[in-house]
Design a protein around this ligand. Structure first.
Ligand code: ADP
Ligand code: ASP
Ligand code: MG
Length: 462
C-alpha cells in the first residue's frame, strides 16, 4: 500500500473534477462554507453535486407517507424551513433566491396535502426531491459569497429516467447527449451546482434514484462530462476498514481498487451508494473519498489497480435483513422446485439477495431497509410459498461481509473468521460465489459485537 498521504493535490491540475458533498457537508452554514473553500482552493472542481442538508430527506420521507395529520405536516415543513433559513440568514440573500425558497416550501406544503388525501409514488418522489432542490440553490449562493462564480443548474434537464419512482433507472444515452448540450458548455466559465438523488421521467415528473443516491448521481455525471476525477466529500476521512461508528479501531484505507470498494458498498458500507462505482469503473475515473471537515487529512483513493491487495480489506455490515428458509422433501432429486419458488418471488417483485441450498431446503435473504420486504413477506407471499413447501421467516438479522482479495482461494480464512466469532450465533454462511467476500448473518443485537471481534482478529494493531 502506498504510504503517501492522498489528497486532492495529487489530482492533475488540467482536469475537470466532479465533487459531491453529502448531507452533513451541507448541513449548516459553517459546513457549506468549508465545502465552498475546498472548491475555491482547487479550481478544477467545476461540477458540484449536493445532497439535501442533513436530516431534511428523513423529514421528507415522513411527509411523503399517507395520512400524515395536518399539524404534523405543518411542523415538518417548518422544521425544513428552519434548517434552510439558519443557513440563508448568514447570506446577503438575493431577492430572487428568497422568492424561490418560499415558492419551493409552498409547493412542498401543497404536495404534502395532496399526498395525505390520496397517496401516490409520483407525489412521494416529488416530495423527496425538495431537499436537494433547496440545498443546491443555497449552496450556489454560499459559493458566490466567497467570490466563486457558482451557478445553480437543475439536474432534471439532463438526468432523464424511467418511471420507477423511488428507484428510477437513468437513461445513460440521454444523460450523455443532454450533458454535452446543456452542461459542458457552462463548465468553462462557471462552477455549476446541481442536485444529487433526483431525475425526471419522460412525462416531466420528478423521480428519485434511491436513498443515498447522490453519490451515484455524481458518478453518472462524472461519466457524462468526461471528468478526470470524482471527489466524494463526506464526514469521515476516507473509507475505513469498517464503519468507524462501530469500532474506534477502524482505520482509513489510503488506496483501494474499484472491485474491493464496490464490494464494500454493495454489502452495506454506507460510505458509498452501492451503484457509485459502476460509472467510475466504466470510464476508469479515479474516485477520492475525504472529509469536508478535515480536507487536509487526505482520504481514500479508489482506482483500477492498486499496489496492495491484502486478503482482508474491510468488514461491511448491513442491518435489517430478513431470512426466509423453505423446506420440502419434494426438492430431493426433483427438478423444477426452484423454478416454482422463484416464480412466486418474481411475481411479487421480491429480489433475493443471498441464497444457499441443501438437498431439501433453501435459505434466502432479503434486504429490508424500509420494512417493505417485511410487509410483503407477512402477506400473501408466504401463503403462496406454503403451498409449495414449509416456510419460516426470521427478521432482525444483520449481514456481515468480510471483503478482501482471493478470499475463496486463501487457506485458513474460514478458521480465522469463525474462531474470532466465538459466542456469536452465526447463521447462513455464503462463500464461493465471489472471490472478494465471505458473508454471513448474525442476530441484529450481536452485530456490533461480531464486527468488533472480527475487526480485532483480522486487522490487529501493528
Ligand atoms: P453522506 O451524507 O456524506 O453521503 P453517509 O452518512 O451516507 O454520508 O456516509 C458516511 C458514513 O458512512 C460515515 O459517517 C460512516 O459512519 C459510514 N460508514 C459505513 N461504513 C464505512 C466505512 N467502511 N468507512 C467509512 N465510513 C463508513
Ligand atoms: N438526500 C438523499 C438521502 O438522504 C440522497 C443522498 O443524500 O445521497 O437519501
Ligand atoms: Mg451517503
Amino acid at each position: 500500500m502506498s504510504s503517501k498521504t492522498v489528497s486532492l493535490e495529487n489530482i492533475s491540475s488540467e482536469n475537470l473534477i466532479v465533487a459531491k458533498f453529502g448531507g452533513t457537508s451541507v448541513a449548516d452554514h459553517q459546513a457549506m462554507l468549508r465545502c465552498a473553500h475546498i472548491i475555491k482552493e482547487q479550481p478544477n472542481n467545476k461540477l458540484i453535486v449536493v445532497s439535501a442538508s442533513s436530516g431534511v430527506t428523513n423529514l421528507l420521507v415522513r411527509l411523503s407517507q399517507a395520512n400524515i395529520p395536518d399539524d404534523e405536516q405543518k411542523q415538518i415543513v417548518e422544521k425544513i424551513k428552519d434548517i434552510q433559513l439558519n443557513i440563508t440568514q448568514h447570506l446577503a440573500l438575493e431577492e430572487r433566491l428568497n422568492t424561490e425558497i418560499n415558492q419551493l416550501l409552498n409547493e412542498l406544503s401543497l404536495d404534502a396535502k395532496a399526498q395525505s388525501v390520496s397517496h401516490s409514488a409520483r407525489v412521494s418522489d416529488a416530495i423527496l426531491s425538495y431537499g436537494e432542490q433547496l440545498s443546491s440553490r443555497i449552496f450556489a449562493q454560499v459559493l458566490q459569497s466567497i467570490g466563486v462564480n457558482g451557478e445553480y443548474f437543475d439536474v432534471r434537464q439532463v438526468m432523464k429516467t424511467n418511471d420507477l419512482y423511488g428507484k428510477a433507472v437513468v437513461d445513460l444515452a440521454a444523460l450523455k447527449t443532454n450533458s454535452e448540450q446543456l452542461l459542458i458548455p457552462h463548465l468553462q466559465e462557471k462552477v455549476i451546482v446541481t442536485q444529487g438523488f433526483i431525475g425526471q421521467n419522460n412525462s416531466e415528473q420528478t423521480t428519485t434514484l434511491g436513498r443515498g443516491g447522490s453519490d451515484y448521481s455524481a458518478a453518472l455525471l462524472a461519466e457524462a462530462v468526461n471528468a478526470s476525477n470524482l471527489a466524494i466529500w463526506t464526514d469521515v476521512v476516507g473509507i475505513f476498514t469498517t464503519d468507524p461508528r462501530i469500532t474506534d479501531q477502524a482505520r482509513a484505507i489510503k488506496e483501494i481498487s474499484f472491485g474491493e470498494a464496490a464490494e464494500m458498498a454493495t454489502f452495506g458500507a454506507k460510505i458509498l451508494h452501492p451503484a457509485t462505482l459502476i460509472p467510475a469503473m466504466r470510464q476508469n475515473i479515479p474516485v477520492f473519498v475525504g472529509s469536508s471537515k478535515e480536507p487536509e487529512k487526505g482520504g481514500t483513493r479508489i482506482q483500477k489497480s492498486v499496489a496492495s491487495k491484502p486478503t482482508y480489506r474491510s468488514i461491511s455490515l448491513r442491518r435489517e435483513q430478513t431470512l426466509v428458509t423453505v423446506k420440502s422433501p419434494a426438492m430431493l432429486h426433483a427438478s423444477g422446485f426452484l423454478a416454482k419458488l422463484f416464480a412466486v418471488l418474481a411475481k411479487h417483485k421480491l429480489s433475493v439477495d443471498l441464497i444457499t441450498t441443501s438437498e431439501i431446503s433453501v435459505a434466502m435473504t432479503f434486504d429490508n431497509p424500509t420494512g417493505s420486504t417485511q410487509a410483503l413477506l407477512n402477506s400473501t407471499v408466504v401463503e403462496e410459498l406454503e403451498q409449495l413447501c414449509e416456510v419460516s421467516v426470521e427478521h432482525d438479522l444483520s449481514l456481515i461481509a468480510v471483503v478482501g482479495n482471493s478470499i475463496h482461494q486463501t487457506n485458513g480464512v474460514g478458521t480465522s473468521v469463525f474462531d474470532a466469532l466465538s459466542g456469536v450465533n452465526v447463521r447462513m454462511i455464503c462463500q464461493g460465489a465471489s472471490e472478494h467476500n465471505l458473508c454471513f448473518l448474525v442476530d441484529e443485537n450481536q452485530a456490533n459485537e461480531a464486527v468488533e471481534k472480527l475487526h480485532k482478529a483480522l486487522f490487529p494493531e501493528f
